[in-house]
Design a protein around this ligand. Structure first.
Ligand code: ZN
Length: 344
């Protein structure tokens, strides 16, 4: 569980939902099922983590965040709190199987020492049909003191029966100004906010994590360098090693954003925030050389690369495939690559 939630108060747009949760908990009015929804990066994970910390903190009172230091806070941060059970897919993009829900339901049915026994499930839409059915039984007759918290950026992908059994707490997406003012309070460097906002693809909580974490910043630099290399590339083998050093989970969405920036610039003459993080001349030359039709085709291909993230495609082949598509049309290596594509 992310422990950064303990030390800081809620972001401005989370203040209302935070108060709602604490007031309901204090009044003993928490539902058996709570569905927390909102776009990616609006702070669902932050809010639920902070709320659980607060629920089991031995010291905080009122609307204060958890102290981060007491026994309750420490055992939650260590992932070993006896009253909290967390269920996620076994790997990102995989389904949550029915067995995981059965185990969680048994856990909720045990009688514990604390007032609340919590199942945390995210992302909830990852449950397969049998898992959702098993959870529904628990939501229909929740054991006393049981609370299931479901997080979802795509609640429409959940069965209607699950949604109707939960109270919905929706997190609004903050305005750009609101999010950037909040991020600006975390650093003295205005350029760092711009870069983090771009690197996080406009997701405020992701941008905040990036500002606080040198490893994520280094990963962004690696992605940006590799993508800049792609804009300049004239042959496959000069760029693939740099791509192989990147995490496809962040690289591919950023490549997609870069292609959209180039496409927008070509159509409107305006450079958006993401594109502004790259050498202007390289990006403009890249877009001009491919033209509107070439850019549209690349943007379409990038959707396929995004879908392939969930497959077991060989990483080297995946990167070679992307790099080959990005090379100028006249490059001999691209032809050679196409020749051997039948081999796998
Ligand atoms: Zn505490």
């Amino acid at each position: 569980m992310n422990t950064a939630a303990m030390s800081t108060g809620p972001a401005p747009w989370l203040l209302g939902p935070w108060q709602t949760l604490l007031e309901r908990a204090a009044a003993g009015r928490l539902p058996g099922g709570l569905l927390v929804t909102g776009a990616e990066g609006t702070g669902k994970g932050w809010l639920v983590t902070a709320f659980l910390q607060r629920l089991y903190c031995d010291r905080a009172s009122g609307l204060q965040p958890a102290c981060g230091d007491c026994g309750g806070c420490r055992s939650l941060a260590g992932g070993v709190h006896p009253e909290v059970h967390e269920v996620m897919p076994p790997e990102p993009g995989k389904e949550i199987p029915v067995d995981a829900i059965r185990t969680a339901s048994e856990f909720l049915g045990l009688s514990g020492s604390a007032t609340w026994r919590v199942l945390r499930l995210h992302p909830a839409e990852a449950m397969n049909a049998s898992a959702a059915n098993a959870l529904l039984k628990t939501l229909e007759e929740p054991p006393s003191g049981a609370l299931a918290i479901l997080e979802s950026a795509r609640p429409s992908a959940l069965p209607a029966t699950i949604r109707s059994r939960c109270q919905n707490l929706h997190l609004a997406t903050p305005s750009l100004d609101q999010a950037r003012a909040w991020l600006a309070g975390m650093t003295d460097d205005p350029g760092a906010v711009e870069a983090a906002w771009a690197a996080a693809l406009g997701r405020p909580m992701t941008a905040a994590e990036l500002l606080a974490d040198p490893d994520r910043q280094a990963a962004w630099e690696r992605d940006r360098d590799a993508l800049t290399g792609l804009l300049r590339a004239t042959d496959l083998h000069s760029v693939v090693p740099a791509l192989m050093r990147c995490d496809p989970e962040t690289l591919v969405p950023r490549l997609q954003a870069l292609l959209l920036s180039a496409q927008r610039w070509l159509a409107s003459g305006e450079m958006d925030r993401f594109g502004a993080q790259f050498p202007r001349e390289d990006l403009q030359r890249f877009a001009r050389e491919r033209g509107a039709r070439g850019m549209a085709s690349l943007v379409q291909q990038s959707r396929q690369w995004q879908r392939q993230l969930r497959t077991t495609l060989n990483p080297q082949l995946r990167m070679e495939d992307m790099a080959a598509a990005m090379l100028p049309l006249t490059t001999p290596q691209r032809v050679a690559y196409g020749d051997r594509s039948g081999a796998y």
